[in-house]
Structures are given as structure tokens and as C-alpha cells.
Write a protein that binds this ligand. Structure first.
Ligand SMILES: [Zn+2]
Length: 116
């Protein structure tokens, strides 16, 4: 198989559309999330110029449809579904804000368990 393969030449947006399943929640579910951290990763670039690399699918989707992620910011899944790559469900936030939101969600989940 010669490099770059036809798959490499295919526009990234098409590759995203071809792989996702749109859920009732509006989430764009990427197949096969990592069993370790729940995030999805995808190979991009080409072997021939050495640009081939594994990237986080939600970051790739955001950059493809929304534009660059501001320097130093992380993408928060506002839907809390790490396998989701819908750019509308991704919000660039600081690391500090991402941690604050994660902790707040944990507290409310815990409160839900206690009251259940
Ligand atoms: Zn989502």
C-alpha cells in the first residue's frame, strides 16, 4: 500500500462524519472509546512526510469545525460524554475551570446517590 493512502488524503471532516453516530442527546458518538480514559483517538497525517500521529478525536473535531483551540485551554465536554466529538458540546476552558467543573459534577453525582 503506497503512502499516503487514499484514507490520508480524505478530508478530515468526511472521516469524522463517516465514523460518528448521532445520538438522541445530540452527541456525536465516536466508536471505540479508550477503556482506560474514555476518550477517543484517531490517526491523522501521513507516513510519507512523517506527520502521522495519534490525536484526540474530540480535539480534532473541534479544530476541524470550529477552529483553533486557544493556547493553553482544554476542551470541556459540556455533555459529560467523553466519546462525544460534537463541537457544540465542547467548550474551551482553562485547566483550573475544567477541574472545578469536574469536581462540581462529582459532588452533585454523589449527592444524587446519597438522596436516592
Ligand atoms: Zn455530546
Amino acid at each position: 500500500m503506497p503512502f499516503p493512502s487514499p484514507a490520508d488524503a480524505k478530508p478530515v471532516a468526511d472521516r469524522i462524519w463517516n465514523r460518528i453516530t448521532i445520538l438522541d442527546s445530540g452527541c456525536w458518538a465516536w466508536p471505540s472509546p479508550s477503556k482506560v480514559d474514555g476518550y477517543c483517538r484517531v490517526w491523522i497525517g501521513s507516513h510519507s512526510d512523517g506527520s502521522r500521529r495519534l490525536v484526540l478525536a474530540h480535539r480534532l473535531s473541534y479544530v476541524t469545525f470550529e477552529g483553533e483551540i486557544p493556547d493553553g485551554l482544554e476542551l470541556d465536554h459540556t455533555c459529560q460524554n467523553r466519546a462525544c466529538v460534537n463541537p457544540d458540546h465542547l467548550e474551551p476552558v482553562t485547566r483550573q475551570e475544567n477541574i472545578r467543573r469536574r469536581d462540581a459534577r462529582r459532588v452533585s453525582a454523589l449527592a444524587g446517590k446519597i438522596s436516592a
